[in-house]
Write a protein that binds this ligand. Structure first.
Ligand SMILES: Cc1cc2nc3c(=O)[nH]c(=O)nc-3n(C[C@H](O)[C@H](O)[C@H](O)COP(=O)(O)OP(=O)(O)OC[C@H]3O[C@@H](n4cnc5c(N)ncnc54)[C@H](O)[C@@H]3O)c2cc1C
Ligand SMILES: *[C@@H]1O[C@H](CO)[C@@H](O)[C@H](O)[C@H]1NC(C)=O
Length: 422
C-alpha cells in the first residue's frame, strides 16, 4: 500500500480493536519496531469495525443506564491511544475485513463510512476479531459503537414498562445481567429474608444445564442462586428455550423490546416483555477461509503454544475470542500478548536477515486452566474463584463488582500495560 512516507512496504495488519488487537499493536510499536533493522519500512495498521474500544465486561451493568459508568472511560477512541507514536508508524482504518487472501497476502476491507473497499497487503497479520453474542446488548460484535448504543437505547425504553424479563443462558453474562436488573428493578431482600415477596418485575433465567455458572463448582453456583433469589430472580434449570416468537426477538435491534413468546423444551411457555438471549458466542471469523478454522468451534485454528496460524502461511497469528488457543477471557489474552509478541518479533527479525543468535528465545503459551471466574450479583454481592480458590463475596465486589473491571482497562488501551517487554 502506498503511504505518505513512501518507504513503508511492510504492513503489520491487525484486524480488530479490542483487548487483543490494541495490545498487540502497542507491543509491536514498543518492543518489536525498535529492534528491526529497517524501521522506516514498517507500520502497524489496525482495521476495526468500531472506532472505539469498550470495556465489554461491563455490559451487564452498562446496558441499564449511562449513569452507571463514566462514559468517557467505558468507551475510548482507538486512534487517540496511538497518538503517542510517530504518525508514520501507525494507521487506523475504520472498516471490516471482508476476506483474506493467504496466497496473495492481502486483506479486503469494507469501509465503515461508505460502500468502498480497499485492498491492503500484509507482511504480518494478526487476527483478534473477537466474537459476537446473540444479543446485541453485550458488546460491539461486528458493528460500530453506535449500534451498541442504539441497542441499549431500545432496551432502556422497553425497561420503563417491562413487567417480565426472561434471560436464556446461565453463564456469567446471563447471571450478571439478571443480578443487575434484579437489584435495579426490585431492590434486595433484607438480611433475614431469602426472597423478595412481590418483585416489581419478574425476572427468570432459563438454563439447559443442571446448575448455573458451569465453569464454577456447584456449591458456588448454589450461592449465586441464593443471591439471585434475594433480588427477585427465578432460575429454571434443565430446560431450554426451543423457539421464540417473533423469531428474532432479543436478537435484532428493532426487536429488543418487542416482547416474546418462548416455548421451552418441557412443553411449557413463557411470555416476556423483554427477552435476552445470553447463550454463548460465535467467533467473528466468517470472512476467513474455512480451512484455517477449527471445524468444531469456527475459531481460527491456532497453534496453542506459539499462537501462529500455521496453516495460513508465514507471520500470521491469532489471539482472543476469535482463536481456539484458550478459553475466551480477557485474562487469557493478557497472558498471551507477550508470547505472540515475542514470537512475532523473532519471525520479523528472521525475515529481515538478523542472525538467530541475536534473537529473543521463542516463547510458549500455556493456558492457566484453574477455576477462575468472578461473577458479581448486583452492586454488593458476588461469587467466584480465582486460580482454584473460592473467593468471598466482598472480594468479588472489590475486584469486579464495584465497576466490572473498568479500573483495569485504561492501561490496556493506552499501552502502559505493555511498557515492559515481558
Ligand atoms: C457480557 C460479557 C461479559 C464478559 N465478562 C468477562 C469477564 O468478566 N472477564 C473476562 O475475562 N472476560 C469476560 N468476557 C469475555 C471478554 O469480553 C472477551 O474475552 C474479550 O472481549 C475478547 O477480546 P477480543 O480482543 O478477542 O475481541 P472482542 O472484545 O470481541 O472485540 C473484537 C473486535 O474486533 C472488531 N471486529 C469484529 N469483526 C471484525 C472484522 N471483520 N474486521 C475488523 N474488525 C472486526 C470489533 O469491532 C471489535 O473491535 C465477557 C464477555 C461478555 C460478552
Ligand atoms: C409454542 O407454544 C404455543 C402455545 O402453546 C403454540 O401455539 C406454538 O405452536 C408453539 N410453537 C412452536 C414452534 O412449537
Amino acid at each position: 500500500m502506498a503511504s505518505e512516507h513512501g518507504m513503508v512496504t511492510k504492513n503489520i495488519v491487525v484486524l480488530g480493536g479490542s483487548y487483543g488487537g490494541i495490545s498487540i499493536a502497542h507491543y509491536f510499536l514498543k518492543h518489536i519496531l525498535p529492534a528491526l533493522p529497517q524501521k522506516q519500512e514498517y507500520k502497524v495498521v489496525i482495521v476495526s469495525a468500531a472506532s472505539e474500544a469498550m470495556c465489554r465486561q461491563a455490559c451487564p451493568r452498562a446496558l441499564i443506564s449511562d449513569d452507571l459508568f463514566p462514559q468517557n472511560k467505558l468507551f475510548v477512541s482507538i486512534p487517540k491511544q496511538f497518538e503517542q507514536y510517530h504518525p508514520g508508524q501507525f494507521e487506523f482504518i475504520h472498516g471490516s475485513a471482508t476476506s483474506v487472501d493467504h496466497e496473495g497476502r492481502v486483506v479486503i476491507i469494507g469501509s465503515a463510512a461508505n460502500s468502498q473497499t480497499q485492498v491492503l497487503a500484509y507482511h504480518a497479520l494478526v487476527i483478534p476479531t473477537g466474537a459476537s453474542t446473540p444479543s446485541p446488548l453485550f458488546g460491539l460484535n461486528v458493528g460500530d459503537e453506535k449500534n451498541l448504543r442504539e441497542a441499549w437505547e431500545e432496551f432502556r425504553n422497553g425497561l420503563e414498562t417491562a413487567k417480565s424479563i426472561v434471560i436464556a443462558g446461565g453463564g456469567p453474562a446471563g447471571v450478571e445481567t439478571a443480578g443487575e436488573l434484579g437489584e435495579h428493578l426490585n431492590g434486595r431482600a433484607g438480611f433475614f429474608s431469602s426472597r423478595i415477596e412481590n418483585p416489581k418485575v419478574s425476572i427468570t433465567i432459563v438454563t439447559s444445564a443442571k446448575h448455573i455458572l458451569p465453569h464454577l463448582r456447584p456449591s458456588i453456583a448454589k450461592t449465586a442462586e441464593d443471591h439471585l433469589t434475594k433480588v427477585g430472580v427465578t432460575v429454571i434449570k434443565n430446560n431450554r428455550v426451543v423457539s421464540v416468537n417473533p423469531n428474532n426477538a432479543g436478537v435484532s435491534t428493532d426487536k429488543i423490546a418487542s416482547g416474546a413468546l418462548l416455548n421451552l423444551s418441557d412443553g411449557t411457555n413463557l411470555q416476556a416483555d423483554l427477552f435476552i438471549p445470553a447463550t454463548g458466542f460465535s467467533p467473528n471469523t466468517k470472512f476467513l477461509a474455512k480451512d484455517i478454522l477449527d471445524s468444531s468451534t469456527s475459531q481460527v485454528d491456532t497453534n496453542p503454544s506459539t499462537l501462529r496460524v500455521d496453516k495460513a502461511g508465514p507471520r500470521i497469528y491469532a489471539i482472543g475470542d476469535a482463536s481456539n488457543y484458550a478459553r475466551a477471557a480477557v485474562h487469557s489474552i493478557m497472558a498471551a500478548v507477550p508470547v505472540l509478541g515475542t514470537n512475532m518479533k523473532r519471525d520479523l527479525l528472521l525475515e529481515a536477515g538478523v542472525p538467530e543468535s541475536q534473537m529473543p528465545a521463542e516463547k510458549v503459551f500455556k493456558e492457566d486452566r484453574r477455576e477462575t471466574q468472578l461473577v458479581p450479583i448486583g452492586k454488593a454481592k458476588g461469587v467466584g474463584a480465582a486460580m482454584g480458590w473460592r473467593l468471598p463475596s466482598w472480594l468479588v465486589w472489590l475486584l469486579k463488582g464495584r465497576d466490572y473491571w473498568l479500573w483495569t482497562v485504561a492501561p490496556v488501551w493506552s499501552g502502559k500495560q505493555w511498557a515492559k517487554e515481558s
